[in-house]
Design a protein around this ligand. Structure first.
Ligand code: SF4
Length: 225
């Protein structure tokens, strides 16, 4: 089990800009630009980024089920496709921390809807940045053999992997150790958190899906990569 705290993020000057521009259909007015500049520091100061991950050996994949030697099982057509050919999987959870949720909730409760949207955009991009940073660390960790490579990341809640499978993720990795819990709807609290899986195995055997979005039918999704 690996735990990382105070993870350094290489934050670009224009953090939040891309997400809010997509959200607004490609154009930003001066008020949005001003709010992005005003709220950036508050959002950055709120984050306390942490991650936890662990590797598990895959025993077999049969039909839509992935069986781990630990006795854990993932169920779903896409997660079994992604992990086919992998020898191990690294399961991870990462978070920006609860203070980020709190400042957004406080702004929302104050009735400032525009500032709430702007802060949500900035912190969504910060969370993506954390996900990318963790991905690099996990990909180094997972290359147990010279000829191995990594699959793309897949997460419960993505296409054809039900959100209920978060239960299995949290059995395999103790999110509580970094302050992340599941609520009754299987959503993570803090909300600005990511959980997921990477497979690792011989390069010529693992699944080559570029990113999870390539398997997803939501063509107009603003998060699409
Ligand atoms: S297209 Fe959107 S909903 Fe689908 S996997 Fe990508 S980010 Fe998620």
């Amino acid at each position: 089990m690996n735990i990382l705290e105070k993870i350094d993020l290489d934050i670009p000057e224009d953090i939040g800009h891309t997400f809010i521009t997509k959200l607004m259909g490609g154009r930003l007015n001066p008020k949005f630009e001003q709010l992005l500049a005003e709220k950036k520091e508050l959002c950055i100061k709120s984050i306390s980024s942490k991650a936890i991950f662990s590797d598990y050996e895959i025993e077999k994949i049969e039909g839509c089920s992935v069986y781990f030697k630990s006795g854990n099982i993932f169920n779903g057509p896409n997660i079994s496709k992604i992990l086919k050919g992998s020898k191990i999987a690294i399961i991870f959870i990462c978070t920006l921390g609860i203070a980020t949720d709190q400042i957004i909730a406080a702004t929302s409760e104050s009735g400032d809807a525009l500032a709430t949207i702007i802060m949500d955009s900035i912190t969504t991009e910060l969370l993506n940045l954390l996900g990318e940073t963790i991905s690099k660390i996990i990909k180094k960790e997972g290359m147990k053999e010279k000829d191995w490579a990594s699959t793309c990341q897949y997460s419960p809640g993505q296409y054809k992997w039900t959100i209920e499978e978060q239960k299995e993720i949290f059995k395999m990795v103790n999110g509580g150790k970094i302050g992340v819990l599941l609520n009754k709807s299987y959503l993570m609290v803090p909300f600005k958190s990511i959980s997921g899986v990477y497979g690792f195995g011989p390069e010529d055997m693992i699944d080559k899906t570029r990113v999870a979005c390539d398997l997803c039918p939501r063509k107009d999704c603003i998060g699409r990569r």
